[in-house]
Design a binder for this molecule. Structure first.
Ligand SMILES: Cc1cc2nc3c(=O)[nH]c(=O)nc-3n(C[C@H](O)[C@H](O)[C@H](O)COP(=O)(O)OP(=O)(O)OC[C@H]3O[C@@H](n4cnc5c(N)ncnc54)[C@H](O)[C@@H]3O)c2cc1C
Length: 186
């Protein structure tokens, strides 16, 4: 069979099928505590869930100030960095945890790297290479700003592009300013 058979017996033809599994934060043991549990343990920008209680990693959702939104990330790098930030704040740093989210994964011979956020309604532009060649970088624009960059076997290019997310570069300028055109990313 070259497709997917649905529950009602119909078959959708497909050359490749991607199976994606979700995960749920394990917060049941905290039910009944005073902590707010909504998509994980809800924390403020300091990773604080309640006075003296901090959370980090997959289980924590927190307000990321530069992005102006609540996030919960399921990435190794975030688990490490947020744990350090939460520990620092527990010891009195009082420093908001404000990273540009970063994720990488090696899938066989493909290295995928992503900086920033990727809203479903973002504009996407290939800024280096070509997906057909299995080697490209893409930029994501949302509400007039560059909010994410994705690298597919392009570690060098995506590292260069990261600054656009850090600087919240204008999406319009990104598409017209020569200095930021794909050719200069090489
Ligand atoms: C199959 C798979 C592939 C992945 N690949 C990538 C990847 O390529 N790149 C990437 O960046 N990230 C990847 N991730 C995600 C990454 O592994 C997680 O983001 C990271 O491990 C989160 O770390 P954490 O410490 O927050 O949570 P975890 O690593 O889940 O650690 C939480 C620990 O708490 C324990 N625990 C839970 N409840 C209790 C309790 N009540 N009492 C005591 N202990 C408890 C759990 O048993 C667990 O050991 C992958 C995850 C999976 C499952």
């Amino acid at each position: 069979m070259t497709g997917v058979e649905l529950g009602d017996g119909t078959t959708l033809s497909a050359d490749v099928v991607v199976l994606a599994l979700g995960s749920t934060p394990a917060t049941r043991w905290l039910t009944g505590s005073s902590l707010r549990l909504r998509d994980g343990v809800e924390c403020d920008a300091l990773c604080q869930a309640a006075p003296g209680i901090y959370a980090a990693g997959d289980v924590a959702s927190w307000h990321n100030p530069p992005f102006g939104t609540r996030m919960r990330l399921e990435h190794r790098m975030n688990a490490t960095e947020q744990a350090m930030a939460a520990a620092g704040n527990l010891l009195g740093d009082a420093k908001p945890f404000a990273p540009v989210p970063y994720f990488w994964t090696d899938q066989y011979d493909t290295r995928i790297q992503a900086y920033g956020v990727f809203p479903p309604d973002a504009d996407v532009r290939i800024v280096h290479g070509d997906p057909v060649d299995g080697c490209f970088a893409a930029a994501y624009g949302h509400r007039g700003r560059v909010v994410g960059v994705l690298g597919w076997n392009t570690p060098r290019q995506v590292r260069t592009l990261r600054r656009l997310v850090v600087e919240r570069a204008s999406w319009t300028a990104f598409t017209v300013v020569p200095a930021l055109r794909p050719a200069t990313v090489n």
